[in-house]
Design a binder for this molecule. Structure first.
Ligand SMILES: Nc1ncnc2c1ncn2[C@@H]1O[C@H](COP(=O)(O)OP(=O)(O)OP(=O)(O)O)[C@@H](O)[C@H]1O
Ligand SMILES: [Mg+2]
Length: 347
């Protein structure tokens, strides 16, 4: 659907070059809600602007629906752009035009007749929950309502792709949620592929199925949201994930841990089905091991439960090893934080 192949983008200003994008390879499949996250200046906006050809790559290719945008004529490009809607952080509405006219603009440009325009605009305003605001001016709307107008306008030409550049960054958390829910509905009901740029991991967690993490113009990690949230590899990704999933022992618990002989500390990760099974209970029943839970957190990602538990296990080495093998074989990820004594036994 959208594919970037070995894309580079260099801006040159007054003899100084800025490499905004380097070696970008990514694939967005039809129906994805694809998130791109990164700190300020990482190159996110540049990347999304390549997809609708507001910017051209310095090197590499951008494909939409299998077509290389670089090979299109001006006319073909104009037609292709109709297929891509975009919404922005600051909404970009025409303040002097009423809500109705703001949504109608793309349809007027497409030279639709008045009746068609009226029908489509009213349908879209109904869809975004603003049927009663057609006659209002943007200055009379809240931020969330303005973004709904932006969304209605972006959908006017029936695009199959919706690009969102920090679309919720100017909104409070509750309004952010309602806009994200609306994007989810657009994706599900209209089967529109959504690409979202954000610096907030909670946005990715809430609606995306895939994510790419950017730093200094490069994609440093990408994959399904469950994969990346479950096993972040790069330190920057780990920092982003930490903002939504806590995964470490609090200071006060840390201080109170008794590091006795025969005890070790382990991080356990439960994903999906195994998060709802009594695995720890079975382990305690089957092996002579004491379990002290130091930290536990359950999160829902892509409708899958992700559980992170940190435990201190105490017992004879052989018994602890057997207990760990049992939980591993039950599908739980095990990471050793503090090693158990080798060959510890009660005698
Ligand atoms: N038109 C331009 N001319 C020159 N440099 C630019 C231009 N647009 C972006 N840049 C530079 O490219 C780099 C990436 O910018 P970009 O806007 O893509 O980052 P971003 O990840 O969207 O950041 P933010 O989160 O702040 O919006 C920055 O160093 C920026 O200064
Ligand atoms: Mg940006």
């Amino acid at each position: 659907m959208i594919e970037l192949k070995n894309v580079y983008k260099t801006y040159t200003r007054k003899g100084i070059s800025i490499e905004a994008l380097k070696e970008i390879n990514l694939k967005v499949e039809k129906g994805d809600i694809f998130g791109v996250i990164g700190y300020s200046g990482a190159g996110k906006s540049t990347l999304i602007r390549l997809v609708n050809y507001l910017e051209r790559p310095t090197k590499g290719q951008v494909f939409v629906d299998g077509h290389d945008l670089g090979k299109y004529s001006v006319k073909e490009l104009r037609a292709a752009k109709k297929n891509i809607g975009m919404i922005f952080q600051h909404f970009n509405l025409l303040e002097s035009k009423k809500v109705y006219d703001n949504v109608a603009i793309p349809l007027i440009l497409l030279k639709k007749n008045k009746d068609e325009i009226r029908q489509r605009v009213l349908e879209l305003l109904e869809f975004v929950g603003l049927a009663d605001k057609a006659g209002s001016y943007p200055s009379e709307l809240s931020g969330g309502q303005k973004q709904r107008v932006g969304i209605a306008r972006a959908l006017a030409s029936n695009p199959s792709i919706l690009l969102c550049d920090e679309a919720t960054s100017a909104l409070d958390p509750q309004t952010t949620r309602s806009i994200l829910q609306l994007l989810k509905k657009i994706n599900a009901e209209y089967n529109i592929t959504v690409m979202i740029i954000t610096h907030e991991m909670s946005v990715i967690q809430e609606i995306c199925n895939k994510v790419a993490v950017m730093e200094q113009g490069r994609i440093i990690e990408q994959g399904s949201v469950l994969e990346v949230f479950g096993h972040p590899q790069h330190p920057t990704t780990q920092n982003f994930v930490k903002t939504v999933i806590q995964n470490s022992i609090t200071d006060s618990v840390q201080k109170s841990i008794k590091r006795e002989p025969g005890s070790g500390i382990y991080k356990l990760e439960f994903i999906g089905q195994c998060a709802s099974e009594p695995i720890l209970y079975k382990m305690i029943r089957s092996y002579d091991v004491q379990v002290n839970i130091l930290f536990a957190n359950m999160t829902e990602i892509e409708e899958t439960t992700l559980g992170k538990v940190i435990v201190q296990l105490k017992g004879e080495t052989a018994e602890v090893d057997k207990a760990l093998s049992f939980i591993k074989s039950s599908g739980v990820g095990v990471e050793e934080v503090e090693k158990h004594d080798v060959n510890y036994s009660y005698n």
